[in-house]
Design a binder for this molecule. Structure first.
Ligand SMILES: [Zn+2]
Length: 344
């Protein structure tokens, strides 16, 4: 089968790999109908050291179940399913708590052990807990929106939940990538009164406004902090969604939280020590977040996609086939594309 493999920074290839197949009795095999490139795929695209054999890429997909193991009960062959970026058994103590990304039998797609979703097919471990079968009304026009349930929509929603977004709250979203834009959708959905997006790409911040952002701050660093405070009666935002993961963006997120506010971090951190320790301590700012348990959020978010209340599929601005994937990485890395969908 054909699949995407990253060999080192900037070196993404489409290769013929051994066909994906069932390994454990709890596995399913899906034929991938939609996948995409993630902002987090750009970190290895910038920094990855050369490896033997490379790393299969992709952790977001919609597909059709082609084969199931003997112990799989909740999905059947022919089902159209969403695959969250992490697999999970759905039954352990953390899954029971709705924290599937901490599943004791879980893990992440896009590795040599499990394989990647930017491919013709993929093995899904723990299929019962992982896969979510889509209802019949999930038609073709909704595929881009449904694909965001795999990662970016659930991730933006997680940031909003962790940051305590509620009706009437003042919210700031750091980052105008697909996750930040979905964070705006989530904040609006949860009733935020004010949504400030921090970003500097006009076509993205324009989309953020359409999604519900009330203010745009294009400054960075100290200037951005000042600007957000001006917009939020001088004290900062109740809830801040950190959707980038860099030191500077994390520091800014903490500094624009008002005393007693909260920061939800979903940008994959690129540094070890977390910036802003003094600011968060003296501001009594709560900091939380991590890999979003997007599997837990599908039940809540899917109906709003099906009835058109939210349109997260608008974050995709380019579609490629597998051969177009390497150029899709380039286009996202150069900020020429916001998010690239893959139709294998
Ligand atoms: Zn679990």
């Amino acid at each position: 089968m054909r699949a995407t493999v990253m060999h080192s920074a900037g070196d993404v290839r489409i290769e013929d790999l051994a066909d994906a197949k069932l390994v454990d009795s709890t596995d399913a095999l899906i034929h991938v109908t939609r996948a995409c490139i993630c902002g987090s795929d750009l970190w290895p695209y910038k920094n990855m050291e050369p490896t033997d054999g490379g790393r299969p890429m992709g952790h977001e997909a919609i597909g059709v179940v082609e084969e199931i193991g003997a112990e799989v009960n909740t999905v059947k062959c022919g089902d159209l399913v969403v695959m969250p970026f992490a697999f999970s058994d759905g039954t352990c103590l953390f899954c029971e708590d709705g924290l599937q990304t901490e599943c004791i039998h879980g893990g992440f797609f896009g590795s040599s052990e499990v394989g990647g979703a930017q491919a013709e097919a993929l093995r899904i471990p723990q299929a019962d807990g992982t896969l979510y079968a889509l209802p019949a009304e999930a038609d073709e026009a909704l595929m881009p929106a449904l694909l965001t349930l795999s990662d970016v929509l659930g991730t933006g929603h997680h940031a909003a939940v962790v940051a305590g977004v509620e009706p009437g709250k003042k919210v700031a979203v750091v980052g105008d990538g697909a996750v930040g834009l979905c964070g705006v959708i989530a904040a609006k959905r949860l009733g935020a009164e004010q949504i400030v997006i921090l970003g500097r790409h006009p076509e993205r911040t324009d989309l953020a406004r359409e999604f519900g952002a009330t203010d745009v701050v294009s400054e960075r660093g100290e200037e951005a902090v000042e600007r957000v405070r001006e917009l939020t009666d001088g004290f900062g935002a109740d809830s801040v969604l950190e959707c980038v993961g860099l030191d500077q963006s994390t520091r800014t997120a903490i500094e624009i939280a008002r005393p007693g506010g909260a920061v939800g971090r979903v940008g994959v951190p690129q540094g070890e020590p977390m910036p802003g320790g003094q600011t968060s301590f003296y501001g009594n700012v709560t900091i939380g977040g991590g890999p979003a348990p997007v599997r837990a959020y599908i039940d809540e978010l899917l109906p709003d996609i099906l009835d058109g209340t939210i349109e997260p599929g608008r974050v995709f601005d380019r579609t490629v086939d597998l051969d177009g994937v390497p150029d899709g990485y380039r286009a996202m890395d150069e900020r020429e594309a916001l998010k690239v969908m893959v139709q294998p």
